[in-house]
Design a binder for this molecule. Structure first.
Ligand SMILES: Nc1ncnc2c1ncn2[C@@H]1O[C@H](COP(=O)(O)OP(=O)(O)OP(=O)(O)O)[C@@H](O)[C@H]1O
Length: 249
């Protein structure tokens, strides 16, 4: 592996995933350097979740190749899964377990050593310690997201894939969530995060816009604005998707 490749947390080319003969992800290529926060934007059904699930080793692409964290996405999917933190769109933890019990359960799944120490560290990091006995099902949306993030971080992944992590979460909790994302990136974590919120897109180092399974624009906010000929990120979204509709629909 070259030094340049080693610096890339995600380096994939030509990813295709078909359902019923239809390519819902169609020749997607992504490169993301380590320690960067990348926003993944696109209309509903544009292929974001499917792409994320291929990147974390949960779905096998029909075509395409590449690496995540330097590991081959086809041959080393199991190793990728162990080093990637994935937060799904829907709260995936157990409502009838407490915060601590949920984290302990995840720690068992990953067969983490020193479970208690690791769970304590996760509780502290996300400010969950004082609520650790509360049942997950009784938490507000913001606290549930925080618990889900703690669970996704428990095995100390190097790449974090977040699928609309703040959908339905109030502005204060969203801001706190993003502060944590930036703290993690500062510590070297790479983050790919799908979102429909343009204020969140503005907090990313890089952006990828996707529609109809195809990447429409990629780069810094300035680069995306230039590609779209737009004045702001929402305008860019509308213009790029309208252009894509003419080309692909
Ligand atoms: N298992 C599946 N079987 C058939 N079609 C699927 C499957 N998973 C996803 N799709 C279809 O693939 C397309 C892309 O879905 P995907 O969930 O990746 O989009 P998305 O960009 O994440 O959407 P959203 O913003 O609504 O979450 C959609 O048309 C969806 O219906």
């Amino acid at each position: 592996m070259t030094d340049a490749a080693a610096e890339l947390a995600i380096d994939v080319r030509g990813l295709v995933k078909r359902y019923g003969g239809r390519a819902v992800v169609d020749q997607v290529s992504l490169r993301l350097a380590r320690g960067r926060v990348c926003g993944f934007l696109g209309p509903n059904g544009s292929g974001k979740t499917t792409t994320i699930r291929m990147l974390c080793g949960l779905l096998t692409p029909d075509e395409g190749e590449g690496t995540c964290l330097g590991l081959d996405m086809r041959r080393e999917a199991a190793a990728i899964k162990r080093q990637v933190g994935y937060m799904t769109q829907r709260f995936g933890l157990y409502d009838d377990l407490s915060i601590r019990e949920n984290l302990d359960f995840v720690a068992r799944l990953f067969e983490l050593p020193q479970r208690r120490v690791q769970v304590d560290a996760a509780l502290d990091r996300l400010g969950l310690a004082s609520r650790q006995q509360q049942l997950a099902g009784t938490l507000s949306g913001g606290w549930k997201q925080r618990l889900a993030l703690a669970a996704a971080l428990l095995h100390r992944p190097r790449l974090l894939l977040l699928d609309e992590p703040t959908a339905g979460v109030d502005p204060k909790a969203r801001r706190e969530f993003w502060d944590e994302i930036h703290r993690l990136a500062h510590e070297g974590m790479t983050v790919l995060v799908s979102t429909h919120y343009m204020d969140e897109a503005a907090r990313c180092d890089e952006l990828v816009y996707i529609a109809y399974g195809q990447v429409l624009a990629q780069g810094s906010a300035a680069q995306v604005l230039a590609t779209a000929g737009a004045t702001d990120l929402e305008d860019a979204f509308v213009r790029l998707v309208a252009r894509a509709k003419d080309n692909f629909a």
